[in-house]
Design a protein around this ligand. Sequence first.
Ligand SMILES: [Zn+2]
Ligand SMILES: [Zn+2]
Length: 264
Amino acid sequence: MGRKAGRTLDERRAEWSARWDEVKPAPFRLAREVVPGLYQVRTRGSRCYLVVEDEITLIDSGNPGSGERILTALKELGRSPDDIARILITHYHIDHVGGLPEIQKFAPGKTGVHIAEAAHVESDQPLPNPFQHPLLAKVIQPYLLRNDPGRARVDVVLQDGDELPALGGLRIVHTPGHTAGHISILFPNRGVLLVGDSMQYKFGRLMLPSRLFSEDMSEAATSIRKMAGLEFDTLVFSHFRPIVGGADQRARDFARTLAVSAAS
Ligand SMILES: [Zn+2]
Ligand SMILES: [Zn+2]
C-alpha cells in the first residue's frame, strides 16, 4: 500500500483515530463499519464481524448469549439471518465460538473452522480450558463448565491458503500460537487483515497475544512475522479498536522487534 508523502505515521494515526471516534455509533446501533462492507459487532466478551454484500459472512460469534445481538445487528443493517452464507470461526475460545450454536439455529450458512480445532467445536465434551496456568485454569473451570455452549456444527474444515468469496475473495491465514488452529483472515481487495486474538493492540502498541491464554508464545511470534509479510493497510482485532491505515508498516516494525528478541 502506498504511503502518503509529507505526513508522519503519528499524524496519520491521530487522524484515523479521530475519524474512528467520529463515527461512534448511536447508542442503539450494534454494527459499526470499519471499511466498506466490513462491520464490527460488539458481542458478549468480544467482537464479531459481518461482511455484508449480497450474501453475508459472519466471523466469530461471541460468548454464549451473543446470538440475539448478532441477529439485532443484522436487522439494523436491513438484513436477515437467511442471508448468512458462511460463518468462520477464528479459534475455539468460548468468547469466539460461544454464540455459534444459537446462531446456527437461525442461520443456514455453512460453518468453517480450522482443521486443528474442528473437533473441539463439534465435540460433546466441554471446550478445552484456555488458561495456561494450572491454578487459574482450575479456578475458572466451574465457570467454563457452567457456560459451555455445547456442541456446534462444523461444515467445512479450513486450512492455510483456503480462499472464499467475500469482499472479492478472502484468504485463510493459519496463525497458530494463541491456539493451534487460530486463523487470521486477509481481504486482499480491501487491504484488511483480521487477526482475531493472534495479536493485541493496547496503549497504542501492537503486542503478542496474552500469555495467560496462549498455547505457544514462540509460535505466536512466528505467526506475527508471517502476517507482517502480507499486504494490507488495516488491522482488525477481536478485543481492540482497529488500526485503519498504515497498519502494515506498524506490523512490520513490531515483527522486527520480535525477531531481535528471539535472536538475542
Ligand atoms: Zn482467544
Ligand atoms: Zn478472544
